[in-house]
Every structure is written in C-alpha cells, then in structure tokens.
Design a protein around this ligand. Structure first.
Ligand code: FMN
Length: 167
C-alpha cells in the first residue's frame, strides 16, 4: 500500500469487534511501533503492554466501573504505553509518536484503531495497574485500542490545521 493510502486509511474507528487479531499482524504492529522516534533515544524508558482475552475484558469492565463506559470501544487488543522518563513533556511526545506508528501499522493491515488518552482516567486503578504489572516509577501515557472493524463509520472531523509559510 502506498504511504499516502495508509495515512488516509487511518481513521479513528470506534466500532471494533472482539474477534482476536492475527498474531502475525500484532507482531507487525509491534515491529513498526519500535521504529517510532523517542526523545534522546531512550527506548529503555518505555514499555508497551498488550492486553487481550480475559485480561482485556477485566480492564474494559474496570473502565465501565470507574469512567462509566468502555473507553476502548470494544476491540480485541489494547496496547498500553508506559513511561519511566523524567519529563512529562517528552514522555507524552514519545507516547504520541509510538501510538501513531501503531495506528498506521494497523491501518495498513485494515485493522481499526483509536489513539486513547482517556485510559489515563483510570491511571490510579489498582485492578488495571496490577494487570499492567505497572512499576511505581512508570506512568500511563496513552493506549491504542485495536480490532477488526464492525462498521466503517468514522466521525466527521475536519482535518485542517492552519499552516503559515514564511520565506
Ligand atoms: C493525543 C490524542 C488523544 C486522543 N484521545 C482519544 C480518546 O481518549 N478517545 C477517543 O475516542 N479518541 C481519542 N483520540 C482520537 C481523536 O479524537 C481523533 O484522532 C481525531 O478526532 C481525528 O480523527 P481521526 O483519527 O478519525 O482522523 C485522540 C487522539 C490523539 C492524537
């Protein structure tokens, strides 16, 4: 698939099935995630946690218990991005770069995805942190929910960022 086609194919799809993803596709997504740029090249400060099956169901139930809804929109895989870095700004930017790589790799494989900041709303949940095996010095930065699309519907948003060109 052409690069531009992947970019346009990536939309936040919030109608995700719980049918398990192929292991080969998940491996590909992690391979691409590893190629994201991160501040100072400190890849060792970051940990990705893949939740599937029963572990994912427990986390989705905890979203409902704490937030009032499943912020992961169903799906069959949820990748958490955890960071032990020293600066909130860089940690969040690293998370953004990694999450976008994950979403693009998923798009190339026709897998639906949504970049989720909302998982930070349950950052203090003991249930979720135990499942993530979160260490005391780690922060939850974001997550990406993944799943086969049960509908192609996406929100009607305007992809228009102001650009100033100066010579
Ligand atoms: C930093 C960031 C955080 C986001 N957090 C959420 C979220 O918590 N829940 C959600 O449904 N979408 C979330 N999104 C998805 C955006 O709403 C979506 O990318 C944007 O509206 C553009 O739509 P598109 O992804 O379909 O192109 C987030 C996106 C980014 C970049």
């Amino acid at each position: 698939m052409e690069f531009k086609d992947v970019i346009y194919k990536r939309r936040s799809n919030r109608f995700l099935s719980d049918k398990p993803l192929k292991e080969e596709d998940l491996n590909y997504i992690f391979e691409i995630a590893q190629r994201a740029p991160v501040g100072m090249g400190k890849y060792e400060w970051i940990r990705l946690v893949l939740l599937e099956g029963e572990a994912l169901k427990k986390v989705q139930q905890e979203f409902v218990n704490v937030v009032g809804k499943d912020v992961s929109y169903g799906g069959s895989a949820l990748i958490y991005i955890l960071h032990t870095g020293a600066s909130d700004a860089i940690d969040n930017l690293d998370g953004g770069a990694i999450a976008e790589h994950i979403c693009l790799a998923a798009a190339e494989r026709d897998i639906g995805s949504v970049f989720l900041w909302s998982v930070t709303r349950t950052k203090d949940s003991e249930v979720i942190n135990r499942i993530l095996q979160k260490k005391d010095n780690e922060k939850v930065i974001a997550a990406v929910t993944l799943g086969y699309k049960s509908s192609e519907e996406v929100r009607d948003v305007s992809h228009k960022i102001e650009v100033l060109k100066v010579k």
